[in-house]
Design a protein around this ligand. Structure first.
Ligand SMILES: NC(=O)C1=CN([C@@H]2O[C@H](COP(=O)(O)OP(=O)(O)OC[C@H]3O[C@@H](n4cnc5c(N)ncnc54)[C@H](O)[C@@H]3O)[C@@H](O)[C@H]2O)C=CC1
Ligand SMILES: O=C(CO)COP(=O)(O)O
Length: 345
């Protein structure tokens, strides 16, 4: 059995800690807020973030050194906006070289770097090739209740990926491996854009047809951008693509869907984010993907439309009208990212 540090005591960090504890590992759940660590240790609950009892093998702490000393693995689950700063602190703290697994779903606006790239840049003892990513359709609320869930792990270092698979896999949490780390990270990040769109669609009162269109046309956009950055398009037909799109676009657990739903009902972005109180990664990811798509001339009409709603105050109904009235097209052209020409040889 291993000692594992989980950095980030939000809903996903807490749910992953429960999986690890169920597998017999001893877990140190790190939060930067002292009061939160004390409350978790006193009550075995993390009230604001997850409705679940926390097993005794999980000890919360707010000192990073105490969290990572001696561990065989570190699971990073802080939001994208915090990842660089937490890595800088970790770099000053770590004196050994545990396996690093991350489960954060985002890309860095401005640089468009994937999370493993950011970690590899900030931690002197690691390259991004050493990092493992864990992604897939997995709402914390269901994982905390031990409901059947499947995810995928990937690393360019296959031994590290196999270690992560063994660490997490159990009868209610099935873990696959993949050799497409880029696809895994981009699939998990970009589906949040489409989930915001699905929430807006429901908020506007549209039906299942509109949502099915968003999911499939959104998948084509994800594949186009993903392939341009080196992903295998087939990854997007698996758990980190279609799987995560389905769960995030159709489940009311999704914070991205819920935020979109409030926008569709007419609320402003600032009000919505205040109300959510939890991370809505799709907002910053939309900004990053929009900027990259423009620079690289990649066609991403849903992402562009969403960007104008989020950052240019466009009315959601007007954006839908614009999307529906684009020039006539042939569908096959738009899904050519899945053709054999796009796949890595
Ligand atoms: N909640 C879920 O079901 C899933 C979430 N994820 C991903 O996991 C990541 C984390 O999400 P959640 O746990 O859901 O978020 P959350 O909103 O539930 O919690 C975020 C946590 O990060 C902490 N935090 C915020 N700023 C920080 C900083 N500067 N330094 C250190 N800690 C900071 C907060 O105190 C909070 O504990 C996101 O990238 C999300 O997309 C992935 C799969 C499932
Ligand atoms: O990534 C997730 C499920 O796989 C969680 O999505 P939300 O961040 O929208 O809640």
């Amino acid at each position: 059995m291993s000692k594992v540090a989980v950095l980030g005591a939000g809903s996903w960090g807490t749910a992953l800690s429960i999986v690890l504890a169920d597998n017999g590992h001893s877990v140190r759940l790190w939060t930067y807020r002292k009061e939160q660590a004390e409350a978790i240790n006193a009550t075995y609950r993390n009230e604001k973030y997850l409705d679940a009892d926390i097993p005794e093998q999980i000890k919360a702490c707010h000192e990073l050194k105490q969290a990572v000393d001696d561990v065989s693995a570190i699971v990073m689950v802080v939001p994208t906006k915090a990842i660089r700063d937490v890595c800088k602190e970790l770099n000053n703290t770590l004196t050994h070289r545990p396996t690093i697994i991350h489960a954060t779903k985002g890309i860095e606006p401005g640089s468009l770097k994937r999370i493993s790239q950011v970690i590899g840049e900030e931690l002197a003892r690691y390259d991004s090739e050493d990092i493992v990513v864990l992604s897939g359709p997995s709402h914390a609320e269901e994982v905390g209740k031990r409901l059947p869930t499947t995810v995928t792990v990937s690393s360019l270092n296959t031994q590290h990926a196999a270690y992560a698979q063994d660490l997490f896999i159990n009868e209610s949490f099935r873990v696959y491996t993949s050799d497409d780390m880029i696809g895994l990270e981009l699939g998990g990040a970009l589906k949040n854009i489409i989930a915001l769109g699905a929430g807006i669609s429901d908020g506007l009162g549209y039906g299942d047809n509109a949502k099915a269109a968003l999911i499939t046309r959104g998948l084509a956009e994800i594949a186009r951008l993903g392939v341009s950055l080196g992903a295998n398009p087939l990854t997007f037909l698996g758990l980190p693509g279609v799987g995560d799109l389905i769960v995030t676009c159709t489940s009311h657990h999704s914070r991205n869907w819920r935020a979109g739903n409030l926008l569709g009902r007419g609320q402003k972005l600032d009000e919505v984010l205040d109300q959510m109180g939890m991370v809505v990664e799709g907002v910053r990811t939309t900004q990053a993907a929009y900027q990259f798509a423009r620079e690289q001339q990649i066609e991403m009409p849903i992402t562009e439309g969403l960007y104008t709603i989020l950052f240019e105050d466009k009315q959601p109904g007007d954006v839908v009208e614009q999307l529906m009235n684009r020039n006539k097209r042939e569908e096959m052209n738009d899904i050519s990212a899945f053709s054999s020409d796009s796949r890595p040889q």
